[in-house]
Design a protein around this ligand. Structure first.
Ligand SMILES: [Zn+2]
Length: 294
């Protein structure tokens, strides 16, 4: 049967909407069935944590050479979304580490949103580099929050659609202006990892923290470049290119992070602890707590 065009235009969004609804209902049922109900460390609401395998393309798993077990661990890290604020597992773990690193007096904060409203943290300057879903919204009450995103082609520090553009390899923030820098699955997309770490160190006060997550999977002993930028600004692949989901064409991975990350951080002037570790084939969602030395 041929559906007339105007009718198709009307039905298509309804069909897509209905499809999305069914999918969400399935995720809700899965969360309840498997007891994935908890208080979200970002927004503080109690509800289901939605496992969404579709968020991880099969092509990425294949190119990255992940075993089914590690692929499942990746799905958990990258989803188990809070049904209310969308915070993924890695964002909620990052929120927990922020609260542990900067404890407040009195009753324990129920969430990062609660923490952000406490008097003791109101003077802490924080840089969130690239908005982290769920975690960003929870941090917005914090008076000292500076946040930015990366907009290809924008000038450093430029405001694009109300959000500041910052390039991790040449931040526009002053030296020693933050107690805390947050990044999540960002370092691997920066063309020059050493420059990024040096910039993070520069904008942190001595003793300041860089709390972050990166894609790190078992079986990669050493960090290596997958891509570099040529003299004319063109990307040059050095290993099989990998793109992470997002944007129009995905985000290229410049650096494959390996198990030597703590040594790299040490050379960059940071002391690092791994939280929610150690990494196993069933849990690759570690949070790195890196502290500026001297
Ligand atoms: Zn939440």
């Amino acid at each position: 049967m041929t559906v007339p065009m105007p009718l198709k235009r009307l039905l298509l969004p309804i069909w897509n909407g209905g499809h999305r609804l069914a999918w969400t209902a399935g995720e809700f049922a899965g969360a309840v069935l498997h007891g994935r109900l908890e208080r979200c460390a970002c927004c503080g609401r109690f509800g289901p944590m939605l496992r969404r395998p579709r968020a991880i393309p099969g092509k990425l798993v294949e190119m990255w050479g992940l075993s089914p077990r590690v692929a499942e661990a990746l799905i958990r890290k990258e989803t188990l979304d809070c049904a209310f604020c969308g915070a993924k597992l890695r964002a909620r773990r990052l929120a927990k580490v922020v609260m542990e690193t900067f404890p407040v007096e009195g009753s324990r904060p129920r969430s990062l949103r609660d923490w952000s409203r406490r008097q003791e943290v109101s003077s802490i300057p924080v840089a969130e580099i690239n908005l982290i879903e769920g975690l960003h919204e929870a941090l917005t009450p914090l008076p000292g929050l500076a946040f930015s995103d990366f907009f290809a082609g924008a000038k450093p520090g430029e405001i694009v659609s109300g959000v500041r553009h910052e390039d991790l390899t040449r931040l526009t923030y002053a030296d020693q202006s933050f107690d805390l820098v947050l990044t999540s699955e960002t370092l691997e997309h920066v063309p020059d990892l050493d420059a990024a770490l040096s910039e993070i160190r520069r904008v942190l006060v001595p003793g300041g923290w860089h709390l972050f997550t990166v894609p790190l999977v078992p079986g990669v002993p050493r960090t290596y470049p997958r891509m570099k930028i040529g003299s004319a600004g063109e990307p040059i692949p050095l290993a099989a290119p990998i793109f992470h989901p997002g944007g129009d064409q995905g985000y290229p991975v410049f650096t494959e992070i390996g198990a030597d990350l703590p040594e790299i951080l040490d050379r960059a002037g940071f002391d690092t602890e791994v939280r929610f570790g150690p990494m196993t084939e069933d849990d690759i969602g570690q949070v790195f707590a890196s502290r500026r030395r001297g």
